[in-house]
Every structure is written in structure tokens, then in C-alpha cells.
Design a protein around this ligand. Structure first.
Ligand code: PMP
Length: 401
């Protein structure tokens, strides 16, 4: 049997391309944050993770330019050897302080942070227990670990309790949840989860990719609930609010020291380039000194949530600036995505296996830097497409309450 047989019979994406409905891997040009050019159309971008819009903030841009002038474009080595710059150490310190932990460690991507941290900590005989909606990088970290993975129902504390009750009392246990879920935009019920973990002697790690820069003046989910000391590990990415790429894990000095010497995705991969690290440091400066960005993000998100509800969209469990539009049908989701592009609105179509069957959605997410005019263009496009494709009741309108 030829190993490549699967590549010959993989035709699903090609069929969609031939039908002219394939929405993925499509290039954007001239993207400056809130507006982008897509297939020659100007579109309002409501499909990014650039929550605070800092990728184009003058201080962030300048910090990256200055770093590239001084250090060039790559560290050409891992943090373990020649790839640690003062920038990385400063970033470790600043991030630990920002999230309220003793220590932090910067990785080259958020994906590598989850994979490296989980696989280093969870060893043979240990258990890792994850929410069914956790990000793929958490699942991959579990699969790379030598321990056993268990899953509990999304945001369901009773299901976590049951999963933990079935694990031998003396086994090492790590529970991993997202702080804000990337598709549903809902927040993990951390107070109850922490209480359950304590009862079973389990450690808890929170992936704050979509919560940093968003919850608690940008400090994330543990800070939002006043549980910074109760959460063992806080993970973050730089590819969202921090306007860069990279990731970090924060916790006790002892835990971080161990991860630093055991996370293979850190030890055997080149470190974050200087301009990317400098951009994060500048983004942190901006977040700490200009709290209005987080406030504007929430104002814009609530403006859109109100408009979407007025139109009759089902926004699922969202409580944050990530607002899914539940279409629940794969084909109609892709059709709606195309129709919205025609109306000048860029969203993200999410279909199985990204979400369970019958949960297809258009992921929308908002930015601090969107203007009201841009948000109104988006709402008008969503009104037209919603009515044309019967995604919302025909009787709704933005004009009537
Ligand atoms: N965790 C979550 C919840 C994410 O949404 C993402 C990225 N979408 C990651 C981890 C991985 O982050 P990165 O893009 O920095 O690799």
C-alpha cells in the first residue's frame, strides 16, 4: 500500500475549490487592522484576534523597527543556547509581573507553549484532564505527553468532578482549560473549577490566549475572578492582543524552572526574533499605561452584540468580544461567508472538524480600533445577508428595537 494513497483520495478541499466556495488559505492584501483588501474588495475586518488593534500602534511598530535595526531578523538558535537575548529575559520578567506570578517563560509560539508545557509536566502515570472545547495545541500537548488524557464536557464542572473522581487519588493530575473559548467566546467558570481541582489535589492551567488584553484590564481570566494565586499556570499568546507572535507560561519559580529545562518545544526550536519580542514589550507598555484600549474593545463588542441581537442572530454562549453567529449548517456557513465578503465584511467560517457537527458558525471578533462607521458597515452587511439567506427572521431590522 502506497503511503501517499491518502493524498490521492483527499478530494474534499479540491471539490470546494472547483465549486468556487472554498474559503480557506485566501490572501489578504493591505491589511492595516480594522480594514483589509480581500480579492480586490475593501472589507471591514471582524475576523481577527487583534483585539486591541495594537499591531499598528506607533509605539509597537517603532519598537519592532528599532529591534530589527539592532539585532536583525532572527536569533538563529534556541533560548537554551545562543538564542536568548536581554529582550527575552525582560519579557519573562514583565509578563510574570503582568499576570501576577513569580516567573514566566517565553516560547516562540502559543502552540509550542502548550505542547511543551503539558508534555513536560504530564509523565507516565499522570493524568491530564481537559475541556472538550480546549484548543488543538492543548490536545496535541496531551498526545505528546506520556500520561493519560481525559476530557470533560465543555464548561461543565460536574463533568470535571466526575472525571477526576475516576482517577486514582495518588496520581498526578493536571486540569487544562481555556480562559475564554476561542469559538464560543464564553468564559471558563474558574471559581468552581478551581474549587473542584483543590478537592482532588489537581493542578490547574488556564490558556489565556483570548483573555489577555480582554478581561480584568487585560490581565486575564484568573485576575478577572480574583484567583491569580489559586491558578497554578497561566498560559498566553502574543498572536492576539499582544500584537506579535509567541507565547508564554507563568507560574511558580520552581515550576517554570522545571519547564525551562524539560519543554522540548522550547529547547529544540529557535527563539522569538527580537522585533517580535520588542513588539510585545511595547504592547505591554501601552496596555499598562493606556487602559482606554481595553475599554474601547468592550464598548465596540457590546455595540455589536446589541446590533446582532436586534437583527435576531443567535450568538451562542458568547460573553466577550468573540461573538459567534451560530449557523449550524456547514454549507450555509460558507455561503454566508462569501455573501458577507461581497457586502464588504470579513468573518471566519468555522465548520467541522473545527467545531462539532451541527455547530458550524461564523466567528466574529471585535477590536478596540474599529470605528462606529466600520461597525455599522458590518451590521448593515449582516442585515442584508442574514435576510437574503434566511439566517435571521425577515421582520428584524437595525432601525427598530
Ligand atoms: N491557545 C488558544 C486558545 C488559541 O486560540 C491559540 C491560537 N489560535 C493558541 C493557543 C496558539 O497560539 P499561537 O497562535 O501563538 O500559536
Amino acid at each position: 500500500m502506497d503511503l501517499f494513497e491518502k493524498t490521492r483520495t483527499f478530494t474534499r478541499a479540491k471539490e470546494a475549490i472547483e465549486m468556487g466556495v472554498y474559503p480557506y488559505f485566501q490572501p489578504l492584501s493591505d491589511s492595516e487592522g480594522t480594514m483589509a483588501i480581500f480579492k480586490g474588495h475593501e472589507v471591514v475586518m471582524i475576523g481577527s484576534n487583534n483585539y486591541l488593534g495594537l499591531t499598528t500602534h506607533p509605539k509597537v511598530r517603532q519598537a519592532a523597527i528599532d529591534a530589527i535595526e539592532k539585532f536583525g531578523t532572527s536569533c538563529t538558535g534556541s533560548r537554551f543556547l545562543n538564542g536568548t537575548l536581554e529582550f527575552h529575559l525582560e519579557l519573562d520578567r514583565r509578563l510574570a509581573k503582568f499576570v501576577g506570578k513569580e516567573a514566566a517563560l517565553v516560547f516562540s509560539t502559543g502552540y509550542q507553549t502548550n505542547v511543551g508545557t503539558i508534555s513536560a509536566l504530564v509523565q507516565k502515570g499522570d493524568f491530564v484532564i481537559i475541556d472538550k472545547d480546549d484548543h488543538a495545541s492543548i490536545v496535541d500537548g496531551c498526545m505528546l505527553s506520556r500520561g493519560e488524557m481525559r476530557r470533560f464536557n465543555h464548561n461543565d464542572p460536574d463533568s470535571l468532578d466526575k472525571a477526576l473522581s475516576r482517577i486514582p487519588e495518588d496520581a498526578g493530575k493536571l486540569v487544562v482549560v481555556d480562559g475564554v473559548y476561542s469559538m464560543g467566546g464564553d468564559i471558563a467558570p474558574l471559581p468552581t473549577l478551581v474549587e473542584i481541582c483543590k478537592r482532588y489535589g489537581a493542578r490547574i492551567m488556564v490558556d489565556d490566549a483570548h483573555s489577555l488584553g480582554v478581561l480584568a484590564d487585560g490581565r486575564g481570566t484568573a485576575a478577572h475572578f480574583g484567583l491569580t494565586d489559586e491558578v497554578d499556570l497561566i498560559m498566553g499568546t502574543f498572536s492576539k492582543s499582544f500584537a506579535s507572535i509567541g507565547g508564554f507560561i507563568a507560574g511558580s519559580e520552581q515550576a517554570i524552572h522545571y519547564i525551562q529545562h524539560n519543554a522540548r518545544s522550547l529547547l529544540f526550536s529557535a527563539s522569538l526574533p527580537a522585533p517580535q519580542a520588542a513588539a510585545v514589550l511595547a504592547a505591554l507598555d501601552v496596555i499598562e499605561s493606556e487602559p482606554e484600549h481595553v475599554q474601547r474593545l468592550w464598548d465596540n463588542a457590546e455595540y455589536m452584540r446589541a446590533g446582532l441581537h436586534r437583527l435576531g442572530y443567535d450568538t451562542g454562549p458568547s460573553q466577550t468580544p468573540v461573538i459567534p453567529l451560530m449557523i449550524r449548517d456547514e454549507y450555509r456557513t460558507v455561503l454566508a461567508w462569501h455573501a458577507l465578503v461581497e457586502e464588504g465584511v470579513y468573518t471566519n467560517p468555522v465548520v467541522p472538524p473545527g467545531v462539532p457537527a451541527n455547530s458550524s458558525l461564523l466567528r466574529t471578533s471585535y477590536m478596540a480600533t474599529h470605528t462606529k462607521d466600520q461597525l455599522d458597515i458590518a451590521l448593515r452587511g449582516l442585515e442584508v445577508v442574514g435576510h437574503n439567506l434566511d439566517l435571521i427572521p425577515q421582520t428584524t431590522s437595525l432601525e427598530t428595537a
